[in-house]
Design a protein around this ligand. Sequence first.
Ligand code: 5GP
Length: 114
Amino acid sequence: MSEPSIFSRILRGEIPSEIIAETENAFAIRDIAPKAPVHLLVIPKTEQYRNVVELAAGDPDLLAEVIGLANAVAAEHAGGDFRLVFNTGSDAGQTVFHVHAHVLGGGLTEGSLG
Ligand code: 5GP
């Protein structure tokens, strides 16, 4: 077995990070290095899927649960509107290979994808 991901370690309480919301199979935390006024991460509790493509193929219900939780935390913390980003692959900026959604909001640059 490989080492647990940083997000699994947060979920287990081994690394401090407040879990701001959760469902049966997913949880949400604040990103440690925010790139928007509100920058949250929504993460499946399982780390068996490395990216959103694997998650969509392997468990579409869990992907829907992640998106539903993203909507809920955006409503509570970002005023409703949000950008949802799944970095997929290291060349796209993915650094943690335990699938997670970035929820970005709270005032974003108009028209920018950066
Ligand atoms: P990725 O680059 O894989 O799409 O996103 C990983 C994200 O996890 C980054 O935005 C990074 O700031 C965040 N991150 C990495 N380590 C930690 C941590 O220990 N705690 C929290 N809250 N976020 C983390």
